[in-house]
Design a binder for this molecule. Structure first.
Ligand SMILES: Cc1cc2nc3c(=O)[nH]c(=O)nc-3n(C[C@H](O)[C@H](O)[C@H](O)COP(=O)(O)O)c2cc1C
Length: 454
């Protein structure tokens, strides 16, 4: 997605008209733009309190920008610079993730003769400071009142051609660059923090330095009284919810053998209860505005003629269809089987809303092959990644050990390079399942990933 920011909140703005014409030019090139119109923000969006508690309009703009491969800013000229409202928005967006290594193109609009050259250059200073990739071909539109037709379109053919050239050039520019490696693609798995309440969850999250969560949905379903205000609290603190996670009833991770029998949707004794829970979880995920829910599907048998294979296929297909009815994707944890077997299962399942949550540490913990090779095998299905580390077991048939990210056997530079090679643009969630100092460990993992050179 590419987003366009209209640089003013003035009603009846000509910059907004130019922006909509530009969006048509991009749509004609097969790239519909997401428009962020600060003119549509409520009056209190730029209140002094907005720095601490981001208003929903700013959170939505921030989410869109963090998901964007590129940004276009259409700015008018106000008193020889760009409008204060635009600067206010810039100052409320997450630092450094909103603009760090994100491609940006500029268009200037003015009543006078300069075409907003100064505002664009002022913005270049701001975006340069924020380490954006600045697209060199800027477009300046002077004397806007003379070149804007009654239909709100630019009537000057030379200017339109310049905007078209900028659009095709910017699309090529964006394509040639790696996605923004921003820390805000990083979340923490809520269950890793072992919180007893949403307040405790946010307190512990604050200690990790991360401001986004993959949220465990089961507590919200089981104890709505205690957990019902989770989304409100997160919004108030500017914490983004990246995805949900649900477990199945009776999972027993004591040993590899116990989880094989009890894991996922395989056990008949718990299927009815799991199915009821899935229905409730899907509704909760929709209410939270999530798009993705992850789960452990259960162990896949190697032999396709094993009746468990067909049973698992049937139950997962039903689950996938249930979530699809709610407009949701589901993803399985990787690692309980080798990647080729999982990719074979997913191909046979043939559901567009089913992918995988790739966990490199699980491949080591379950001793199921090399994470980087597996990542390439499962590339078409990867919807989210867990940042977790582990050491492989020395004793076949037993667990490896889960350790702090950066201290185990995951080859992180190679792993992150592989994610870049497959053009993975989804979220990365830090997970810690062992140890008694989770906040410290997750903060160390975050620091390790943020500073990793690859
Ligand atoms: C507060 C304000 C200051 C302005 N200052 C300038 C200016 O310094 N130079 C200029 O050429 N036009 C100036 N304009 C005119 C705008 O460039 C003009 O309104 C144009 O249509 C783009 O702004 P808009 O998107 O708000 O319509 C100013 C307009 C406003 C509202």
């Amino acid at each position: 997605m590419i987003s366009l920011i209209i640089g003013t909140n003035r009603p009846d703005s000509n910059s907004a008209r130019v922006a909509r014409h530009v969006a048509e030019l991009y749509a004609a090139l097969g790239e519909p733009l997401h428009i962020i119109d600060i003119g549509q923000f409520p009056a209190d969006a730029f209140a002094p309190t907005s720095y601490a508690a981001k208003p929903p309009a700013v959170v939505a703009a921030s989410d869109a920008i963090l998901q964007s491969r590129g940004l276009i800013v259409v700015t008018p000229e106000y008193n020889g610079s760009f409008p204060g409202a635009l600067k206010c928005l810039i100052d409320l967006l997450p630092f450094p993730a909103a603009f760090d290594h994100r491609p940006v193109a500029f268009i200037g609009v003015s009543a006078g003769e300069s075409g907003a050259l100064r505002p664009v250059e002022h913005l270049q200073g701001v975006f340069g400071y924020r380490n954006s990739y600045i697209f060199p071909d800027r477009v300046f539109i002077p004397a806007i009142y003379n070149v804007l037709g009654k239909d709100g379109h630019i009537s000057d053919a030379k200017l339109v051609a310049r905007l078209q050239r900028q659009a095709s050039g910017f699309l090529a520019f964006v394509k040639a660059l790696p996605p923004a490696p921003s820390i805000d693609r990083i979340g923490v798995c809520s269950w890793s923090l072992q919180p007893a309440s949403p307040t405790e969850l946010l307190e512990r999250l604050a200690g990790t330095g991360v401001r986004a969560l993959q949220l465990h949905l089961d507590p919200l379903r089981e104890s709505p009284g205690a957990w019902g205000n989770t989304a409100t609290l997160c919004a108030r603190h500017g914490i983004r919810l990246l995805s949900g996670m649900m477990t199945t009833v009776g999972e027993d991770y004591t040993t590899l053998d116990t989880i094989k029998v009890t894991g996922g949707v395989v056990p008949d004794a718990t299927w009815d209860e799991n199915w009821r829970n899935f229905q409730a979880n899907a509704r909760i995920a929709v209410d939270l505005g999530l798009k993705l829910v992850t789960l452990h599907a259960g162990f896949l048998p190697h032999d396709e003629s094993d009746p468990t294979f067909a049973k698992l296929m049937d139950r997962i297909a039903r689950t996938a269809d249930l979530f699809a009815e709610h407009g949701l994707e589901i993803s399985f944890e990787t690692g309980q089987e080798e990647a080729p077997l999982l990719s074979h299962f997913l191909r046979k399942l043939n559901r567009a809303n089913v992918g995988v949550n790739f966990d490199p540490a699980n491949m080591l913990l379950y001793d199921k092959g090399d994470p980087v090779t597996a990542l390439h095998t499962l590339a078409p299905w990867i919807r989210q990644v867990h940042l977790k580390d582990a050491t492989r077991t020395q004793t076949p048939g037993t667990w490896g050990a889960e350790v702090v990210v950066g201290t185990g056997e995951v080859q992180w530079p190679a792993f992150m390079r592989a994610l870049r090679d497959i053009d993975f643009r989804g979220n990365l969630c830090l997970e810690r399942e062992a140890g008694s100092q989770r906040v410290v460990d997750l903060a160390a993992g975050r620091k390790f990933i943020a500073e990793l050179k690859y």
